[in-house]
Design a binder for this molecule. Structure first.
Ligand SMILES: *Cc1c(COP(=O)(O)O)cnc(C)c1O
Length: 333
């Protein structure tokens, strides 16, 4: 096994939102990975357990990563790095990059990035396409100053980060063995897919530990072929790390829940966010989990999963939601 530092509060519970399950006509369970911690919580923390262990093993004093301005991954990295005494540099995508990092908002994830003392660097969407090179160049600059920087890719989505979700599936297997969540494997695991690492880890772990037959990764930005290629690459990297071929559950990338664009939601998607909060007290965010849940509602309406045992992985995202009050005005009193 690869070295790992415990950062997340584990195991996270699996809950049954009965009224929501009745409404959707499926045997719905929710894995509460929004509860992997406090302000640092979400799916990224499971990946960071491996990635930051690797950073420490490499003697790093600084971690460099990237994301959208309201990136949950960047925020989790900033807070986890602070807990380990590491500095964090975050390259954040914004159309107003010329105005500099000081002009980035002070709400949601960005507030937490700032509180954690992370160094914020605003980059344009065009620069963001070259994020790997930009982060590498920064690591080299720091190295010339005698520092040791460790670069974490977007979303923590490489083979090493994906091991966090392989391990999450082992955690679910143990919960099923205890008779929790109905005790039987699921027909499908459904989750939001933004950079592919979670999907890769779930697909491997669901098959390794007989957690589910199929995985439905709900794309929140790019199309299915793009994600399939990314997920294949990440699974290949994980196989390289483990030194063997790994099984994978039948994985389907669904693109019907993408919405108008990354971080932009349709009215119906926002209504589904409100539905989950009102019917089950489950708070999904419009960027990731809300879209994935809305995609699940649509599958149920089409009758695709009728009566099936479905595990929805709640991957977090609350700080981003809290920065979007205005966008949710249409569905809140
Ligand atoms: C990053 C993120 C995802 C997507 O996970 P990937 O591994 O990047 O595909 C889903 N939900 C939330 C809340 C996230 O922050």
């Amino acid at each position: 096994m690869k070295p790992r530092i415990p950062l997340a509060h584990l195991p996270t519970p699996i809950v049954k939102p009965q009224r929501l399950a009745d409404r959707l006509g499926i045997d719905l369970w929710v894995k509460r990975d929004d509860a992997t911690g406090g302000a640092e919580a979400g799916n990224k923390l499971r990946k960071l357990e491996y990635l930051l262990a690797d950073a420490l093993a490499a003697g790093a004093d600084t971690v460099i990563t990237c994301g959208g301005a309201q990136s949950n991954h960047a925020r989790a990295t900033a807070l986890a790095a602070a807990s380990l005494g590491l500095r964090a540099v975050l390259f954040l995508r914004t159309r107003d990059a010329d105005a500099g990092a000081a002009a980035l908002p002070r709400s949601g994830n960005l507030l937490l990035d700032r509180l954690a003392g992370a160094e914020l660097v605003a980059i344009t969407p065009e620069q963001y396409r070259d994020r790997a090179a930009i982060m590498q160049a920064h690591a080299e600059r720091l190295s010339r100053q005698g520092r040791v920087a460790y670069v974490i890719p977007e979303g923590g989505s490489n083979g090493l980060g994906a091991l966090g979700y392989v391990r999450a599936m082992l955690e679910i297997r143990k919960q099923l063995d205890l008779g929790l969540a109905g005790g039987e494997p699921f027909d499908a695991v459904v989750h939001a897919c933004g950079s592919g690492g979670t999907a890769a880890g779930i697909a491997i772990g669901a098959a390794l530990y007989d957690v589910a037959r199929t995985v439905r990764a709900m794309a929140v930005c790019d199309d299915a072929p793009t994600f399939e290629a990314i997920i294949d690459r990440v699974i290949g990297e994980a196989e390289g790390l483990m030194g063997r071929d790994l099984p994978r559950a039948e994985l389907r990338v669904d693109e019907h829940a993408r919405g108008p664009a990354y971080a932009e939601s349709s009215r119906e998607q926002l209504e589904h966010v409100a539905l989950a909060a009102r019917t089950a007290g489950l708070v999904f965010d419009p960027v990731y989990t809300g879209k994935a849940f809305s995609g699940l509602v649509e599958l149920c309406e089409r009758g695709e999963l009728r009566g099936g045992r479905v595990l929805f992985v709640h991957t977090g995202g609350l700080p981003g939601l809290l920065a979007q009050g205005e966008a949710l005005a249409a569905v809140t009193p």
